[in-house]
Design a protein around this ligand. Structure first.
Ligand SMILES: [Zn+2]
Length: 167
């Protein structure tokens, strides 16, 4: 169990918070080797999204996102990016972040990454690894909305006191 992940779950949309915690508990039970899962990114404001969209375009650096501010599910707290963190030497410290979808760290014949994918999918989340522009760390829960619809709600100020769109 990763404390940083628990804090990041609290930033998700209130409608998915409980479920995300449940998903995370299941993941923790499923991964029994030296790798654990961290939710690296959950919520990101539209302004933060604009800033990372600029990276590699109008600002220096590598391109890290295809989505402008308002067009990412992270802007509504309905997306999670995962990473595995690996305790390489078994001393209880997690030494390195791993974006490896294939390694079976816990020796149960399914790669740890794909175990996480199966758990998210079992709760009706979409996986970015299924897309044409593959984004394997990314999961989102859409509730049948498009991201444009959420942006429209946001622009019309259909938001709760904490700023999450009312869905
Ligand atoms: Zn993402």
């Amino acid at each position: 169990m990763d404390k940083i992940t628990l804090e990041r779950i609290e930033k998700l949309h209130p409608k998915v918070r409980k479920e995300a915690r449940q998903i995370y508990d299941e993941i923790c039970q499923a991964l029994t080797g030296r790798a654990i899962c961290r939710f690296a990114f959950t919520f990101r404001t539209i302004a933060e999204q604009d800033a990372i969209y600029a990276q590699g375009r109008t600002k220096p650096g590598k391109i890290v996102t295809r989505a402008r501010g308002g067009y990412s599910w992270h802007n509504y707290g309905l997306a999670v990016d995962i990473v595995l963190i690996h305790d390489v030497d078994g001393d209880g410290d997690y030494d390195r972040a791993v974006w490896d979808v294939k390694t079976d760290f816990d020796g149960d014949k399914i790669s740890d990454w794909m175990e996480v994918v199966q758990i998210f999918k079992s709760y009706g989340w979409d996986w970015g690894g299924d897309w044409k522009f593959s984004d394997p760390p990314h999961f989102q829960k859409t509730f049948g909305y498009s991201v444009r619809q959420l942006l429209a709600l946001h622009q019309k100020k259909k938001i709760d006191p904490s700023g999450y769109v009312r869905i």
